[in-house]
Design a protein around this ligand. Structure first.
Ligand SMILES: Nc1ncnc2c1ncn2[C@@H]1O[C@H](COP(=O)(O)OP(=O)(O)OP(=O)(O)O)[C@@H](O)[C@H]1O
Ligand SMILES: [Mg+2]
Length: 261
């Protein structure tokens, strides 16, 4: 399969998997990539609804590019995931969204990742999903259940086709407050990255623009493309920049991106 497969995963709910997945999808589409998308969290269906909303917006006359979208339901099995990926194989990139809890389908999805993106909220509470932390020494006591599952997915992937999984942790919803907490998370993230083999990308800030366009199925990148709102707003420019940095960190940027300024 020539398509690069990007999986968004984290056993903890509400860390920004679907949000960042949709923003990455839109950014890739605007670079002229063919994008396939697969929802393995189809019962909640956030990504599926985001894309359905986008299709409706397009039908209403906004010329936004669409991915080829599929969903696999929780009562389906590994064969259904393989079948869906085979259908999407002609795309340049396939983006898979997974649920915020342990599920068989999610585990299967993880074994197909070329790149696994794990967003974590910028908080010690959310950090717990990666590792148990020694509360006194503020060091990593042991990897978490999820880290062990990623480890298993990496082994299954290697066995299936000799491929490797590039695991990237992204701190999400960075804010201005609580500098001490942020420093602690940064220190622990760096320590765990060494111990269990992920790397980190620049974080994504908390911004209203990341959540206000869901019903239209759009992102800041689309607004700039459609030029129908004040896209010079600082937060829009910054959000687009953050997504481009993320794309670059994931190795998904084109050598010469089509500048849609
Ligand atoms: N950077 C951000 N700035 C502002 N709001 C954000 C940001 N990232 C995520 N959100 C909001 O946080 C909430 C959770 O995000 P999202 O649904 O993408 O998480 P998730 O990891 O997919 O959740 P689940 O595990 O339930 O699937 C949503 O309300 C979303 O709009
Ligand atoms: Mg989600």
């Amino acid at each position: 399969m020539s398509a690069r497969i990007v999986v968004f995963g984290n056993e903890k709910g509400g860390t920004g998997k679907s949000t960042l997945a949709m923003h990455l999808i839109a950014a890739l589409l605007h670079q002229g990539r063919r994008v396939g998308t697969l929802d393995l969290d189809a019962r909640q269906g956030t990504l599926s609804r985001y894309i359905a909303n986008r299709r409706r917006t397009r039908e209403a006359g906004a010329d936004v590019p669409l991915p080829v979208h599929l969903a696999v339901m929780p009562d389906q099995d590994a064969a259904a995931v393989a079948e869906a990926l085979a259908q999407l194989a002609g795309n340049d990139v396939i983006v898979i969204d997974t649920p915020g809890h342990d599920s068989a389908l999610s585990q299967v999805g993880h074994t197909y990742a070329d790149i696994l993106v794990t967003p974590i909220n910028d908080s010690l509470v959310d950090f717990d999903v990666l590792a148990m932390v020694d509360p006194v020494k503020l060091t990593v006591a042991r990897p978490s259940h999820y880290s062990e599952r990623v480890w298993k997915a990496k082994q299954l992937r290697a066995k299936r086709d000799g491929g490797s999984v590039d695991w990237v942790v992204v701190r999400n919803r960075l804010g201005q407050l609580d500098a001490r907490n942020k420093r602690q998370v940064a220190k622990l993230t760096a320590e765990l990255a060494r111990r269990i083999g992920f790397r980190t990308a620049d974080g994504i800030h908390e911004r209203v623009i990341y959540r206000e366009l869901f019903l239209e199925g759009l992102t800041a990148e689309d607004l700039a493309f459609l030029s129908r709102r004040n896209t010079a707003a600082m937060s829009h420019v910054a959000a687009r920049q953050e997504m481009r940095s993320l794309m670059m960190a994931l190795g998904l940027s084109e050598a010469a991106p089509k500048a849609a300024e």
